[in-house]
Design a protein around this ligand. Structure first.
Ligand code: UD1
Length: 376
């Protein structure tokens, strides 16, 4: 491919679900600064305004060139619809490179389609592993990395995981964490007092988000979780912006039947991180939130048996907990210790070590790797 073809063939970003938008914003803006021609395909995996549009508006993302409107469905149904739509788009646009983000179904669908059309794939957030193949995300991560020409890595141990799976080391690049670029770029916008006033929240609260299939899909598990969340609410007000996935089961189990539980609709990026920043502790099963709390210095209790982000435990404020450990874990946070057991001053990171390259400059590093790759 000569230089002129590089300029004419766009770099195509495939975005589908809420966390993708937060990761892509700094990459798109750094590639724009480098003069790359780009197109954005929104798959429509997430489609509610609160799960999608608000992120495009707040993060300054460009309007998608196309929205495939794929929507929800079973894994096979959703992934198949994603692949059919993406194949048409990639065939029509002949991208120089496709960039995919994270571990959602839109990620694996785009990687599969691009690989079969012989279009190189760059995977942002490559190499993370929970080693738990019951998680759909773990399947998505492993397959996407095998198909990627560029594995853009947020955490050093990911390079070892890729090597162990036979990914040639020259494909892996430690670039830092673009989700943290977005966080640091917006720090002065996270106004906790404003978000408290807007939603009538008390000064001191614990913030929870729960949406993993393993925690919310089975009604009996959701009911057990609600019992423990009520135990947390006995200790402090509990604020829960409810992801649509768990909504029906959590409410059917009586989540709102406690005076100190505040149920909110999903929040936009700025309000959400403002609420996280002001929380005495966070209870979650999200991936990205483990990273964001690490940088914000907010104690985080992750309700999962494993994490693909162990650096948030070794360098940050994160701790894995079983349901039964939730109430004692939150009590400890409220008494002044961090989730990980190290005392943390408000706003400081427990342990005091920021993961390497989580410095707000991952987007430009990713753009450099990509432009160099395309120039070769
Ligand atoms: C997806 C990702 C998950 C990620 C999460 C972030 C996969 C396999 N999972 O999970 O890794 O942590 O996004 O939010 O890709 N729904 C709505 N409105 C929407 C989107 C979804 O109501 O805009 C509801 C639908 O009932 C849908 C359900 O949520 O069936 C699940 O959506 P889906 O995109 O399949 O997976 P998530 O649970 O959101």
């Amino acid at each position: 491919m000569n230089r002129r073809e590089i300029v004419l063939a766009p770099i195509v970003h495939v975005l589908g679900a809420r966390p993708n938008f937060v990761k892509a914003a700094p990459v798109i803006s750094a590639l724009a600064a480098a003069g790359a021609e780009q197109a954005v395909i929104h798959t429509g995996q997430h489609y509610d305004a609160r799960m999608s549009e608000v992120f495009f508006d707040q993060l300054g993302l460009p309007e998608p060139d196309v929205n495939l409107g794929v929507g929800s469905g079973g894994h096979a149904e959703q992934t198949a619809a994603l692949m059919i739509g993406l194949e048409k788009e990639f065939t029509g646009r002949s991208p120089a490179l496709v960039i995919v983000y994270g571990d959602v179904n839109s990620t694996i669908a785009a990687a599969l389609v691009a690989a079969k059309l012989h279009i190189p794939v760059a995977h942002v957030e490559a190499g993370l592993r929970s080693f738990d193949m019951t998680m759909p995300e773990e399947v998505n991560r492993r397959v996407t990395d095998q198909l990627s020409a560029l594995c853009l890595v947020t955490s050093p141990e990911a390079i070892g995981h890729l090597a162990a799976e036979g990914v040639p080391v020259e494909r892996a690049h430690l670039v830092g964490n673009p989700m943290i670029d977005t966080l640091l770029a917006n720090l002065d916008q996270f106004d906790t007092a404003a978000v408290r006033a807007a939603h009538g929240l008390p000064e001191r609260y614990v913030l929870a988000t729960m949406h993993r299939p393993a925690n919310v899909d089975a009604p009996e598990t959701a009911a057990a979780l609600v019992r423990h969340l009520h135990g947390v609410a006995d200790l402090a007000d509990l604020v829960i912006p409810v992801h649509p996935r768990g909504r029906a089961n959590l409410l059917a189990a009586g989540l709102d039947e406690h005076d100190r539980v505040h149920i909110l609709e999903p929040l936009g990026y700025i309000d959400f991180i403002a609420a996280v920043r002001g929380a005495a502790a966070v209870v979650t099963d999200s991936g990205g939130l483990q990273e964001e709390t690490t940088i914000l210095g907010v104690p985080c209790l992750t309700v999962r048996p494993n994490t693909e982000r162990p650096i948030t435990i070794t360098h940050g404020t994160n701790r894995l907990v079983a349901f039964e450990e939730l109430v004692p874990g939150v009590r400890k946070c409220l008494e002044g210790g961090s989730a990980s057991g190290t005392a943390a001053a408000p706003g400081a990171r427990a342990g005091g070590r920021r993961p390497p390259l989580w410095d707000g400059h991952a987007g430009p590093r990713i753009a450099d790797v990509i432009m160099e790759y395309l120039g070769e």
